[in-house]
Design a protein around this ligand. Structure first.
Ligand code: SF4
Ligand code: SF4
Length: 386
């Protein structure tokens, strides 16, 4: 058995004595929700746990040892089924998914890549059905995002339900509701394995201007304080635009003060509908060369679902798509072919002499092309293929 990740600093919470045993692509993992460390187990051990949970057999000694070693957790005596949720093998073979629970947001950032952010999505029965389909598809790591995910009326219920189904849940948020007791209670009861928050400024003046929401910075800082106090596994994404680029160093310093890991994003993207508006907020002098695209598993080991249950290969390549609500989980089998066809489409870079060696993700290039073809934002060739 091998640990698959670096140890995390989190204190175990009340729900974390429960483990999940699951197939993961060609492997088998033992995980504790809310913790980043996982334990790889041989297939035979997974089968042993699966059989034991069906038969009501007691915890094997090796499992108690593994839990002690990986998480410092003492598992009490009792049947396997009381402490371990054993996920079934999925014929679909997915491992990860992202889900926009609702595109509605309490902020109105000019650079938002979502374009029109409508408050709409599946009803509660639809959300439950969708989450069960994701479970059946094999999804072990789920990102719940928005819009602003935490303000969806059923976010808490959906988040808990995903945990109950044995998924490791990551939440992406602007942090506006993080300070609120129901959210703090929820995350204390069931820790996310990651909480990704965007940083839009280092002062109230800038942050509130970028989000076009008075008081937003104050709410963000109070949320950060709460997350720090609750020792949540926060990662910060610093978003640089022309309105806040002058505070880049201060934003990085803010992240450092809290000790949360950070990433800085400086390249603006068109909206998901190919609208160019966000590109107007690009901070000049901050465009970073994109890393060379060498292939990805979009549509094969992961997929994306929008608020209406429409699944696509990823957040960028949204078309063609499949409708999980009307077609069911089996529709996911079409995503592999869709991904292949999307990467094969090379049209659009008119006049480029280097199409043969193009190393840009095609769905991404297509989005930029629809938005007016600012090649310096996505082309991998220094001279933009001319
Ligand atoms: S907080 Fe995020 S989702 Fe909301 S408007 Fe800003 S960029 Fe868009
Ligand atoms: S944008 Fe391109 S590289 Fe990224 S996941 Fe989608 S298809 Fe893959």
């Amino acid at each position: 058995m091998t640990a698959t990740d670096t140890p995390d600093r989190a204190a175990p919470d009340a729900s974390s004595t429960h483990l999940v045993a699951s197939p993961f692509l060609a492997q088998h993992l033992l995980l504790q929700p809310g913790r980043t460390v996982g334990v790889r187990i041989p297939g035979i051990r997974y089968e042993e746990l699966r059989a034991a949970s069906h038969e009501g057999d007691p915890l094997p000694a090796w499992l108690a040892d593994a839990a002690r070693q990986a998480w410092g957790t003492e598992l009490p005596d009792g049947p396997v089924g009381d402490f371990v949720l054993v996920r079934e093998r999925s014929p679909y073979g997915y491992a990860k998914a992202s889900w926009e629970i609702n595109l509605g947001c309490d902020y109105d950032c000019e650079f938002c890549y979502l374009g029109e952010k409508r408050f709409e999505g599946l009803d509660w029965a639809g959300k439950q059905q969708l989450l069960r389909m994701m479970r059946d598809a094999g999804v072990l790591w789920l990102q719940i995002t928005g819009g602003e995910a935490l303000i969806d009326r059923e976010f808490g219920a959906a988040y808990e339900y995903a945990h109950q189904l044995g998924m490791m849940v990551q939440v992406s948020s602007n942090g506006s509701s993080l300070r609120k007791p129901p959210i703090r209670g929820l995350f204390a009861r069931r820790r996310p394995y990651r909480l990704t928050l965007s940083v839009y400024g280092a002062t109230a003046g800038t942050y509130d201007k970028v989000t076009r929401n008075r008081g937003a910075f104050d709410r963000f800082i109070r949320g950060l304080d709460a997350a720090h106090q609750d020792r949540l596994p926060v990662r910060l994404n610093v978003i640089v635009s022309d309105d806040n680029a002058h505070e880049l160093d201060a934003m990085v310093a803010l992240c450092a003060r809290y000790g949360f890991p950070r990433q800085v994003f400086t390249n603006m993207s068109p909206t998901i509908d190919g609208e160019a508006n966000p590109l107007a907020t690009q901070a000049e002098g901050h465009i970073k060369a994109r890393s060379v695209f060498t292939g990805c598993n979009a549509g094969r080991t992961f997929f994306h679902v929008n608020p209406h249950g429409i699944a696509s290969v990823c957040k960028v390549g949204r078309d063609p798509s499949v409708n999980l609500v009307t077609e069911g989980v089996a529709a996911l089998t079409r995503l592999g072919a869709i991904a292949e066809s999307l990467q094969l489409r090379t049209g659009g870079c008119s006049g480029c002499t280097k199409v043969g060696t193009c190393r840009t993700c095609r769905p991404l290039a297509k989005l930029y092309q629809e938005a007016g073809d600012r090649r310096e934002l996505y082309c991998q060739h220094g001279g933009y293929g001319s």
